[in-house]
Design a protein around this ligand. Structure first.
Ligand code: SF4
Length: 360
């Protein structure tokens, strides 16, 4: 295969020697390294920068030093610690996987790729990272950093998430993953992508692969990896209702476990303001007195943009109010510790600061 004409031994030597001198060795999950720590960090690092992850990782490890403790926590507690990291299905899968490893594997992660990949939230690359970084078992990884390095060194055309490019990249990742020193090699590839072969402005003069890098030789680094085809995301809109009681606590309800913000606590929602009165009465047994809408703002998900309009509500409890249900709560930031989606916690903060009050 033309792209694999670089000698594997030479490739490893270049990469591992560079790692010994320049690679990262002080990341929090590298200290007292274990499958649990590597797994936790890998899940957090999906779609998220290292600098953002570090404080979250430290909070998690402090609260749940072992997988057993994480397995025994409530999902609310996990969501609360996760709040702000986004992609909340990761937190739900983290919790599920901890429970499976606790119950079925006696708190020990399995050491085969197939078994690891059966655990919720663990894909091929995460499984490879757990095996190679914490058990020294050779298994390739292909995270965003490694995709970028391989795409450039071997000039792989196409967006790395497209089937053909992805297949090619996995072939290369597998071919170059060594049987020896796999931990250093894997960390080195991740570090190269994060520190040297960065998305914009790669530091080729500091790169150990400069002499074999095809994108560099072609003077076409900016063409690799290929760009994601542009699609414009649909825009949806919603009203988030801020209903406070006499103690300035705000009504929140727990969302269904799947879908957007699944399992998190959120403000009641309304699609049309003309339905507000009926919705409050039928769903919560509340009698609307007055309402006031605030300027909307946008929150983006991977598949759509959400235009959110906050609406302050004054309502009284009707004779058949339904606030005391288990999935509803009067929330105050100072007393409740719950996992809230980012836009909701921002609104809660604005409300607590008195920024959302009745205008005359
Ligand atoms: S030579 Fe430049 S483009 Fe090629 S892998 Fe190294 S940093 Fe990336």
């Amino acid at each position: 295969m033309t792209n694999m004409n670089v000698n594997t031994k030479k490739f490893h030597r270049l990469v591992v020697n560079w790692y010994k001198k320049h690679g990262r060795k002080n990341l929090p999950w590298q200290q007292g390294i274990s499958p649990y720590r590597v797994w936790l960090s890998e899940i957090m690092l999906q779609q998220t920068q290292v600098t953002t992850v570090i404080p979250y990782f430290e909070k998690f490890i402090k609260r749940f030093p072992t997988i057993q403790q994480l397995a025994k926590a409530t999902l609310d507690e996990v969501n609360h610690l996760w709040a702000g990291l986004g992609y909340y299905s990761r937190a739900r899968n983290l919790h599920k996987t901890a429970q499976i490893v606790h119950q079925q594997y006696n708190n020990k992660f399995p050491s085969s790729l197939q078994e690891l990949m059966l655990l919720p939230g663990i894909g091929r690359s995460t499984a490879g990272a757990i095996l190679s970084l914490s058990m020294e078992i050779p298994a390739p990884i292909l995270d965003g950093n490694v995709k970028r390095v391989l795409s450039r060194v071997f000039a792989i055309a196409g967006w790395p998430e497209e089937r053909a490019a992805q297949k090619r990249l996995w072939e290369l990742a597998t071919y170059y993953t060594p049987a020896q020193q796999v931990k250093a090699y894997t960390q080195a590839m991740m570090d190269l992508g994060a520190m040297v072969c960065t998305k914009s402005n790669p530091q080729c003069i500091h790169c150990p692969l400069i002499k074999i890098c095809q994108a560099r030789q072609l003077n076409q680094i900016n063409l690799f990896p290929g760009r994601k085809p542009k699609i414009s995301l649909p825009i949806k809109s919603t009203y988030l209702l801020i209903i406070a009681n006499s103690e300035q606590a705000v009504l929140l309800e727990k969302r269904a476990p799947v879908g957007i913000w699944g399992g998190l606590w959120s403000l009641p929602e309304c699609q049309e303001l003309k339905d507000l009165k009926t919705l409050l009465k039928q769903r919560y047994g509340l009698l609307l007195k007055k309402h006031q809408a605030y300027p909307n703002f946008r929150h983006s998900f991977t598949h759509f943009h959400l235009e959110i309009t906050p609406v302050l509500i004054e309502a009284s409890l009707g004779p058949k109010h339904q606030i005391a249900e288990t999935n509803r709560i009067w929330y105050k930031e100072t007393t409740n510790q719950l996992g809230l989606p980012k836009p909701v916690s921002q609104l809660m903060r604005r409300y607590a600061k008195g920024e959302l009050t009745w205008q005359k």
